[in-house]
Design a protein around this ligand. Structure first.
Ligand code: KG4
Ligand code: ZN
Length: 354
């Protein structure tokens, strides 16, 4: 364990998917800057992410995003003590742009460098202090998450439940066997004719619906794994049935709202039940929620209502992909004395705990 000096400042880059992001974080928790350039509008035209387009766009956006992130520092580069970047999981071409830029910066400036697992970074968004303090002077001991803890990571590409014994000491308890939760939200939204990304659209139309006819839940007994493809098929059947009954392919708003509500209830019930069971079984002191789907208010409230330990989740702007969370994860790597070599390559299929 290396004791990092107070004020230790990390510049992090994140380019694993369709967001080009750079952030500067002090002491592993104070977000000095957090810049995210989204490619969402560009990919929306194609109805999904096009890897080649993503890589090209990262190359275009990286320098302006980096400059903007550094602009807040009074003495610019001189304030930076270390560099970090995501090296997986994600799209290989996209990951390469951020990782290579980070390595080049670290090499050129003679700074320590570490590669970060994107899934771990999502969890570490919970270590960031919000709102970010202006001063960095030592105040009372910060309220940090307490180990052991159970983390539920739910995003467009991932769905997993992990047990964290300590920094860098993780156990994967379960993961999805088919679609990621966010992916299921996006696909079901498309089936119902709602906008992309589907998560916020489904949440919006389901709001205010008091109850709906229950859809199936895949419990996969005696396992912390998840499955959402059966639920997606059930929604598709409901839509077809409705279209056959009404004799038109147009879906009326009330039908869509009811179905969106039923879908969301089914997903939330399975996620919450498995998470609180895991927390109880492993004696977790806290539950952390992370990833883009952690923005879902129904999931947040239901988890907080049913859990018997505190539930922590980041603000929405730190749930979706960003580089501040990468810096937070990197801080504890550096503190453990870990640094990456110049030969670190991207690992598109990187798992948690690897
Ligand atoms: O973490 P993220 O920004 O990107 C990945 O790394 O995948 O997550 C994006 C996903 C999308 O699938 C989107 O539909 C979902 O998060 N999402 C939501 C909500 N906001 C975003 N899902 C459910 N409810 C929301 N409010
Ligand atoms: Zn992500």
């Amino acid at each position: 364990m290396t004791h990092l000096p107070p004020g230790f400042t990390i510049l992090a880059l994140e380019t694993s998917c369709d967001e080009t992001a750079a952030a500067v974080v002090r002491d592993g928790r104070s977000v000095l800057s957090n810049v995210v350039a989204s490619q969402m509008d560009m990919h929306r035209r194609y109805g999904g992410i096009v890897p080649e387009v993503a890589s090209r766009q990262h190359i275009r956006s990286l320098t302006p995003v980096l400059e903007e992130a550094l602009a807040v520092l009074p003495t610019g580069w001189q304030n930076i003590d270390a560099i970090a970047a995501t090296y997986g999981p994600g799209l290989s071409g996209a990951l390469l742009t951020g990782l290579n830029a980070a390595k080049a910066i670290a090499w050129q400036r003679g700074l320590p460098f570490v590669g970060v697992n994107h899934l771990e970074a999502h969890i570490y968004a919970n270590w960031l202090q919000v709102p970010a303090p202006v001063a960095t002077s030592d105040t009372s001991p910060p309220d940090l998450p307490a180990f052991p803890l159970v983390a539920l990571v739910v995003s467009g590409g991932h769905t997993l439940l992990a047990l964290l014994h300590d920094h860098g000491h993780y156990e994967l308890l379960g993961q999805t066997r088919d679609d990621a939760v966010g992916e299921a939200f996006d696909k079901v939204a498309r089936i119902m004719g709602l906008d992309y990304p589907g998560g916020p659209a489904i949440q919006r139309v389901a709001e205010g619906i008091p109850r709906s006819e229950a859809l199936p839940r895949a419990w996969l007994r005696d396992s912390y794994d998840f499955s959402f493809s059966g639920l997606k098929t059930a929604v598709l059947h409901k839509v077809r049935e409705h279209q056959a009954q009404t004799g038109t392919s147009n879906l009326d708003a009330q039908f869509v709202a009811q179905l969106a509500h039923a879908f969301q209830e089914s997903v939330v019930d399975v996620l919450v039940t498995k998470t609180i069971n895991a927390a109880a079984h492993f004696g977790a002191r806290e539950i952390l929620l992370a990833g883009g789907v952690a923005a879902n208010t129904r999931l947040r409230h239901e988890l907080a209502r049913r859990a018997s330990v505190p539930v922590r989740y980041p603000p929405i702007w730190l749930c979706t992909d960003n580089a501040a969370m990468v810096a937070a994860a990197a801080y504890y790597r550096f503190e453990a004395g870990v640094q990456s070599g110049w030969d670190l390559d991207v690992i598109p299929g990187l798992k948690l705990g690897a």
